[in-house]
Design a protein around this ligand. Structure first.
Ligand code: FRU
Length: 478
């Protein structure tokens, strides 16, 4: 395996320099996708949080803009969201609609609960996010006595004609509502006894409604991050499916059901864009894990975002489940002219580099194949079909890095999907990352890797059994 260089990913957002974590303030406005992010411009490790800022018209190529939010007397600027106040509900936009950012201010407070205070603040912009004014009467929601009280995500709830805020509070989500973005009323809480809980607080909620594909039905989806903790494999993202009436969220699955938005190790603090075109629900996540984020090998910047995903819902045997697709990438080309029986090792005839693609594998029961996206000598994913299930084994080793990093980063784990016909895999590979969508996007695996190149051509190696490659197509991204 080669050693890591600081060559930047081509199709994944990275900060100009310094440290990046969560995506914040995702909003589409006047042709631009805004991406703000948790940013420590003066260091390569987490530190006093600012909101970095970039814009894109295609979700792949980004233009860096000035830092949007700086720490002030109320504290540093933790995660949050942004909305377009189209009807001037706030009274802050007498001339034309503008952007409102809703974020958490965080400051040390020795002796207070866990030693810090978090409150919700707003800032607004009259010039498409190029400059920001902090609201004079911040905070708009004061502390309720708990330290972990953060990451507001706001949307306009059409049916109740109110803004709704989801807020992470210890291991729950609290819902607030407002008619003007300035005055907020507490409505309800959700979380106790539902889904996954670790020793760490819930973080970065997101709530939105989606249509169930092929039906006229809709459901509400509540996405939640769980921070790194010793009993789990680090930070990960779960979601709930249910109903929301403007005030209360009702989980439609048994409380013990745990649904993961991603089975990999590097998909955290996922957030979706407000006001995306054509009512699409587009989401992105920080591609790292609090377990080793501060140690991931880096020299001039540290941290990147996942590729953007389009989210939909699909009725499955065990309930309504989320599906993901890569949103913004070039359509794969170079299709196979006919199916290929893989006897030993099959190698794609594609150029190397950051790329996206898909394949359909038809496996006989008992078959195992290994896929290598970067280095033919080292498999990234093993797929096995038993009687009724696909099993995916993911092996990840780091070429280098100090002992603590290697101890946390090197990993093997597995996940499963019910087998229905041939298996559709989609992937995006880039410098330092591999994202795989399985079963038509029902399962997502996102992970950092430490190869030096964005890859050799895809290799599929038969371990045992019989594998027919029915379709394969790839395209370079940049
Ligand atoms: C999630 C998180 C948020 C917080 C931010 C601080 O990764 O811990 O809860 O607002 O990062 O940078």
């Amino acid at each position: 395996m080669n050693t890591l260089t600081d060559t930047r990913p081509k199709a994944h957002f990275t900060p100009p320099a310094g440290w990046l974590n969560d995506p914040n303030g995702l909003v589409f406005f006047e042709g631009e996708y805004h991406l703000f992010y948790q940013y420590h411009p003066d260091g390569l490790v987490w530190g006093p949080m600012h909101w970095g800022h970039a814009v894109s018209r295609d979700l792949v190529n980004w233009e860096h803009l000035d830092i949007a939010l700086w720490p002030d007397d109320l504290g540093t600027c933790f995660s949050g969201c942004a909305v377009v106040d189209i009807n001037n509900t706030s009274g802050l936009f007498p001339d034309k609609p503008g952007l409102v950012a809703i974020y958490t201010c965080h400051r040390d407070a020795p002796g207070f609960d866990r030693g810090y205070i978090e409150e919700q603040c707003i800032a607004y912009s009259h010039d498409n996010g190029r400059s920001w004014i902090k609201y004079a009467k911040n905070p708009v929601i004061s502390t309720i006595g708990k330290s972990d009280f953060r990451d507001p995500k706001v949307f306009w709830h059409e049916a109740s004609q109110h803004w709704v805020m989801s807020l992470a509070v210890s291991q729950e989500v609290h819902f607030y509502r407002s008619s003007n973005l300035l005055d907020w009323e507490f409505c309800s809480r959700f979380g106790e006894g539902h889904g996954a809980h670790t020793a760490h607080p819930w973080e970065c909620p997101d709530l939105f409604q989606l249509q169930v594909e092929g039906t006229t039905e809709k459901r509400w989806v509540l996405v939640i991050g769980l921070g790194a903790s010793e009993e789990a494999f680090g930070s990960f993202t779960q979601y709930f499916v249910g109903e929301f009436d403007g005030k209360n969220f009702i989980n439609e699955n048994p409380p013990e059901t745990i649904l993961l938005m991603d089975e990999g190790r590097d998909f955290y603090a996922a957030q979706s864009w407000s006001d995306a075109p054509e009512k699409q629900r587009l989401a992105i996540a920080w591609m790292s894990n609090w377990k080793y984020a501060n140690q991931f090998p880096a020299s001039s910047y540290r941290g990147s975002m996942s590729s953007a995903r389009t989210l939909t819902l699909s009725q499955q045997r065990d309930g309504v489940r989320m599906k993901q697709q890569f949103s913004a990438l070039t359509a794969p080309t170079n299709q196979l002219s006919s199916s290929v029986l893989i006897n030993d090792t099959w190698c794609a005839e594609t150029d190397t580099g950051a790329r996206t693609g898909y394949a359909h594998l038809n496996l006989a029961t008992g078959t195992s194949v290994e896929l290598s996206f970067f280095d033919p000598a080292s498999a990234d994913l093993r797929v096995t079909l038993d009687e009724s299930r696909y099993r995916f084994d993911i092996l990840r080793a780091s070429a280098q890095g100090e002992a603590t990093f290697k101890g946390l980063f090197d990993h093997d784990y597995s996940c499963e999907l019910p087998a229905t016909g041939s298996l559709r895999l989609e992937w995006t590979t880039d410098q330092n990352s591999l994202e795989v969508l399985l079963g038509g996007g029902l399962m997502s695996i996102t992970q950092l890797v430490t190869y030096s190149e964005a890859g050799a051509p895809l290799h599929i190696r038969r371990i045992e059994g019989e594998c027919l490659l029915e379709e394969h197509a790839e395209a370079l991204i940049a």
